[in-house]
Design a protein around this ligand. Structure first.
Ligand SMILES: C[S@@+](CC[C@H](N)C(=O)[O-])C[C@H]1O[C@@H](n2cnc3c(N)ncnc32)[C@H](O)[C@@H]1O
Length: 251
C-alpha cells in the first residue's frame, strides 16, 4: 500500500451533466420533476432556470442533505420554487404527479432499471408541451451477467402486472440493448399517443450504464377532444418535517 490517493473519476458525472445540458437546450424551462433527487447535485446546478422544481427522494439521510443543498444554493430572487417529497417515487407518481401543471422536464437518475417507473409515469401523465426526459439506465448490468431479466420491463403495457418468472437471456451487446430501450419508447409513444422527437445516449466507460435523453411532445395529429384535460397549476405548499416540504419561497 502506498497510501497515495486514487484520483476521483468525474467521468460519469460529466456525462450526466452534458446529457442534461443538451436536453435543456431543446426546451424553455418551466417545471422540472426529479424522481431520483438524491442529494440534489443535478437539480441545484442544472435546474436553476426552472420556475418550479419537484424533487423526490426516499432515503432520509439523502433527503436531509438535499434540503440543506437547496437551502444553500437555491435561495433568492430568480431561483425556482422547490418542493421536496420524502417518499417513494411510485407513491409520488400515484398521488401527486398528475396534479402538477406545466411539467417539461422529467429526470430519472436511477441506480437500476428505471423503465418500470417510466411506464408508471405515463399511466398518469402525458406531455402537454415539448418535454425533455433524462435517464440513467443500469438495466443492462443484469443482462451482462446473463442473469434473469424481466423483459416485460421493456414492454410498457405489461411492466406493472408482470409477475412471471424473468427470462434468462444471453448478454446483449450495447447496440442491442439500445434497440431494446428505443423499442420501449416507441411502444410507450404509440400506447400513450405522444411524439418521440429524438433519442440520444452515451455509455459510461465499460458500457454497463447508459445515459440517455429523449424529447417528446404531444402528438399534433391528435384532435383536442382526445386529449386528457390539462391540470391546473399547483403551487407547492409548506409542510412540516417528515412530510413533503419546500425551500423558502422566492422573493
Ligand atoms: C443516482 S442517485 C441520484 C443522484 C442525484 N440525481 C443527484 O444529482 O444528487 C439515485 C437516488 O435515488 C434514490 N431512490 C432510489 N429508489 C428510489 C425510490 N423508489 N423513490 C425515491 N427515491 C429513490 C436513492 O436513494 C438515491 O439517492
Amino acid at each position: 500500500m502506498t497510501g497515495a490517493k486514487k484520483p476521483i473519476d468525474h467521468g460519469f458525472r460529466e456525462l450526466k451533466w452534458l446529457l442534461r445540458q443538451r436536453l435543456l437546450a431543446g426546451i424553455t424551462p418551466a417545471v422540472a420533476v426529479d424522481l431520483y433527487a438524491g442529494e440534489g447535485r443535478i437539480l441545484t446546478e442544472l435546474y436553476r432556470g426552472f420556475r418550479q422544481v419537484h424533487a423526490v427522494e426516499k432515503d432520509p439521510d439523502k433527503y436531509d442533505r438535499l434540503q440543506r443543498r437547496i437551502a444553500l444554493r437555491l435561495q433568492g430572487p430568480g431561483r425556482p420554487l422547490v418542493a421536496t417529497y420524502r417518499q417513494d417515487n411510485r407513491v409520488f407518481i400515484r398521488e401527486r404527479l398528475a396534479k402538477i401543471a406545466d411539467v417539461n422536464l422529467l429526470d430519472f437518475d436511477a441506480y437500476g432499471n428505471p423503465h418500470p417507473l417510466i411506464a408508471a409515469v405515463f399511466q398518469v401523465w402525458t406531455p402537454h408541451t415539448r418535454t425533455a426526459i433524462a435517464v440513467t439506465d443500469a438495466g443492462r448490468i443484469p443482462l451482462l451477467r446473463a442473469g434473469r431479466v424481466n423483459l416485460a420491463h421493456y414492454r410498457p403495457g405489461t411492466a406493472a402486472e408482470a409477475k412471471g418468472r424473468p427470462a434468462r437471456v444471453r448478454p446483449l451487446s450495447a447496440e442491442e440493448y439500445e434497440l431494446l430501450v428505443q423499442g420501449f419508447w416507441r411502444e410507450l409513444a404509440e400506447r400513450h399517443r405522444f411524439a418521440l422527437l429524438d433519442f440520444f445516449g452515451a455509455w459510461a466507460p465499460g458500457r454497463r450504464v447508459l445515459y440517455y435523453g429523449v424529447w417528446i411532445e404531444p402528438d399534433r395529429n391528435l384532435v383536442d377532444r382526445d386529449r386528457p384535460p390539462c391540470p391546473q397549476p399547483l403551487e407547492p405548499q409548506p409542510h412540516g418535517p417528515g412530510e413533503p416540504g419546500q425551500a423558502p419561497p422566492r422573493d
